[in-house]
Design a protein around this ligand. Sequence first.
Ligand SMILES: Cc1cc2nc3c(=O)[nH]c(=O)nc-3n(C[C@H](O)[C@H](O)[C@H](O)COP(=O)(O)OP(=O)(O)OC[C@H]3O[C@@H](n4cnc5c(N)ncnc54)[C@H](O)[C@@H]3O)c2cc1C
Length: 420
Amino acid sequence: MQNPDPDWNRRRFLQGTFLASGAVVASTSETVAASAANDQQPEIVDTVDVLVVGGGTAGTVAAIQAGRLGAKTLLIERGSQLGGTMTTGGVAFPGLFDAWGKQIIAGIGWELVKESVEMDDGTFPNFAKVPQRHWQNQVFTNQFLYAILAEEKCAQAGVAIAYYEFPRSVTRVDQGWQVDCVGFGTSRRVFCRQIIDCTGGAEVVGLLGLPRLREDERQPGSFLYMLGEAHEPGRNQIHRLYVHGADSTNSRTATQANLAGRKSILAKVREEKKRLMHLQPETGFRESYRIEGETIVTVQDYTSGRFFDDAISYAFYPVDLHTREGVKPEPLKPGTLPTIPLRALIPKGSRDLIVAGRCVSSDRLANSGLRVQAPCMGMGQAAGVAAALAAKSGKTPLEVPLGEIRERLREHGQIVPERA
Ligand SMILES: Cc1cc2nc3c(=O)[nH]c(=O)nc-3n(C[C@H](O)[C@H](O)[C@H](O)COP(=O)(O)OP(=O)(O)OC[C@H]3O[C@@H](n4cnc5c(N)ncnc54)[C@H](O)[C@@H]3O)c2cc1C
């Protein structure tokens, strides 16, 4: 469904906004993280309604949703493809779209997963059946097809994609943001009404100096790889190797994780004398920063299946904390169905900014269940709706009537939580 809102004269609206602000740092008193380089002439200047930063599990869905609602949307991704942990990290078994015998998360994320599986002649779990082990209902997806289909859907929704770029500074301007981005050989200045931060570790929130939470010792990351017999045709089993201390905070710590992970895999290849059949290009990071939002989802909220008044997505997964000793998933009690509130996507005290994905405002244990892919996609879709409607109406996402957000989510195929 594309541009169902033809009356939205956003171009005129935004031009008015930014021309009025002189398309420069209009309100220097509100400048939060401007860099000296702001004064340099950027190569490219874009004016959009919604800027999505991070084209991973949540961000891809957020961008497609904003585009489908007619918002002029730009997606900035520092890597080379869409999908994030799901594709570049190789965690191509998203879960969980179902709970207790029925589907609980659908929408754009499900549409992408479904098409990738169908095109690949793959199989789906039977959501009508409650599995013995939670992972049995994860959906095995072709990561390569997923990444390409995501690009196709972005193009169809009118979403522009900029790979190899990331924001260097974010500055408040009249009724929106100036975001200065760099890539190799590229500098870009983006004026936007709304930002959706889907970087996994809430990097835009960090650039703005807003509060974030992080554990001293985080869950290990994992490198995904596959060993086989010498020159034997590929086997299906994907292996994971813990990278303890993996830290996605910056390029230096991420480099360390990649070096340590690949070194361990090389040792394994030598030890097992098998052929290295497959290796993802980088470490998958389970945990880094979480935002401190307008509300924080606690593990009690999560395990009791609390229904939040402003719930915008369901979530379902065991509490799943990986440590040096491994992982012992703690399944939810029968019938428990957690929800995710909109306020957990809003950095405390912010305007015109929303996050989606594993950085959702939550305590560590709640986050260990909320961080999985289907809820990330559910949050992404809700953030896409909230940001698009906020850009249209000149409001901040929390001021958009909740009923309108939910209505649009339903129209776009999402399952909206309802009080039992
Ligand atoms: C090893 C491992 C196993 C897992 N197992 C499962 C499982 O079995 N089932 C399941 O459902 N989930 C699983 N998860 C969890 C799940 O995959 C992730 O929590 C989820 O994909 C995170 O989604 P996200 O959108 O928040 O972040 P990501 O998918 O990581 O996307 C973030 C994106 O932002 C980009 N980015 C980051 N910073 C910037 C920046 N400054 N500028 C521009 N772009 C930026 C990144 O390149 C990336 O593309 C696992 C995770 C790991 C690591």
